[in-house]
Design a protein around this ligand. Structure first.
Ligand code: SR1
Ligand code: MG
Length: 399
């Protein structure tokens, strides 16, 4: 790893760096720029660099040689930013509406300058605040359908696809997912697990349920060994920026070739956590009911639109190679995978590292613990017996 030309930026050097790039389509040549540090994810530095004289701004994201939130004691390759650059390019070429516009990349500095999506917020913040965003489910489904169809061997010939697979091995970041999402929550001693949750009898039970652990093993196996399409790799509600007529995926550093259901499941899992958390986040039963209906509709829109996009792509491909009964089988398998990975996302965000704000924000401790347990109970059912959307609704009613 060559770090000779690399230096981590701060607010002063970030503003100077952007100024030097002369981004003519954004800033005038005499505009003075200032930066603010808005890093709040786990891994990277993020600055908003804006003009002193106008409302124009950009986002500068830079990788560090370690995990930002933890510090140098957890080294992590900044090569993740090169993976993100490539994934932004490929996903952006397929569906530019679903990805922030990139203005400048610097592989030696491991940084990307991109579109500032302000005032859009993360979908997670919108969900926690109970906001309604029109067409968000349709837009997520469209992004997923397009990028999955056109990075899979549905569309790419196998030589091109295999080359792409090799570009996105992304071993260090995939290892984080393997550990934090698909392994550690199932071990009483797993590192990063929430101590409070390790005391729940429900958690001990699932960690000793061999049949259940076999289902988790199958999901881990598929994640590691089924390079179906170029997935985002970390598509929870915090990785989606949402606003009026805007829905864009961010933070693509976990991108890899993997099962399509992984991304669909991660976002559905995030939404289901919020569905459950609503009764702790609001004390208005009517508002809770209405918002839950809205979340359920979002899940249906994601899946219906994803399917529609896959059908559209299928119309233009060789039907002898991809006969329609096989297409139906693929879609059925993707849904089943998505249900499984929605379960692993729910479990990881409840008992593993990365306790989700939707639950953390429930002020009443008893209500928060009850919500944790409902999330676990739903995840267990979905993983053990994934059904169709009606089955999912039944599981929700039983909570
Ligand atoms: C140390 S990284 C922990 C988590 O943050 C990212 O957003 C991913 O979800 C990862 O699992
Ligand atoms: Mg992230």
């Amino acid at each position: 790893l060559n770090l000779k030309e690399y230096r981590a930026l701060d607010i002063k050097s970030a503003a100077e760096y952007v100024k030097k790039q002369q981004l003519k389509e954004i800033f005038g040549s005499d505009e003075e720029l200032i930066a603010e540090d808005i890093s709040d994810g786990n891994l990277n530095l993020v600055f908003r660099v804006k003009s002193k004289n106008s409302s124009r701004s950009v986002i500068l994201k830079q990788g560090l040689p370690y995990v930002r939130r933890v510090g140098e004691s957890w080294p992590l390759t900044p090569v993740r930013i090169l993976v993100e650059m490539k994934a932004l390019q490929i996903h952006g070429e397929i569906y530019k509406e679903g990805i922030p516009e990139v203005y400048h990349t610097d592989p030696a500095m491991f940084l990307i300058i991109m579109e500032d999506l302000h005032p859009a917020k993360t979908l997670r913040d919108c969900l926690i605040e109970g906001e309604y965003i029109s067409d968000i489910g349709v837009n997520i489904g469209r992004y997923l359908g397009r990028v999955m169809a056109y990075t899979s061997d549905f569309f790419l010939d196998i030589t091109a696809k295999r080359r792409n697979i090799s570009l996105f091995l992304n071993p260090d970041l995939v290892k984080i997912t393997e550990d934090l999402v698909l392994t550690n929550p199932y071990h009483p001693e797993g590192w990063g697990n929430r101590m409070e949750a390790m005391e729940y009898p429900e958690v001990r039970a699932l960690q000793n349920d061999v049949e259940f652990l076999s289902k988790i093993a199958a999901l881990r196996d598929k994640f590691n060994n089924y390079p179906q399409a170029l997935i985002h790799g970390d598509l929870h509600s915090g990785s989606i920026m949402a606003g009026d007529n805007l829905c864009k995926a961010i933070d693509l550093e976990f991108a890899t070739y993997g099962p399509i259901g992984f991304d669909i499941g991660n976002i559905i899992g995030s939404l289901l956590i919020n569905w459950i958390a609503q009764e702790g986040l609001t004390d208005q039963p009517y508002q809770c009911r209405q918002y839950r209906m809205y979340i359920m509709q979002m899940i249906e829109d994601i899946w219906d639109t994803f399917r529609e996009e896959i059908y559209n792509a299928w119309l233009n491909i060789d039907k002898r190679r991809w006969p329609s009964p096989y297409l139906e089988k693929i879609l059925k398998d993707i849904w089943e995978d998505a249900m499984g990975y929605s379960g692993t996302e729910m479990i990881r965000r409840t008992i593993g590292l990365g306790y989700i704000a939707d639950l953390k924000n429930i002020e009443d401790v008893q209500k928060r613990r009850l919500a944790d347990k409902k999330v676990l109970s739903l995840a267990l059912k979905i993983i053990k017996e994934p059904g169709d959307i009606y089955k999912l609704k039944e599981y929700l009613k039983e909570l």
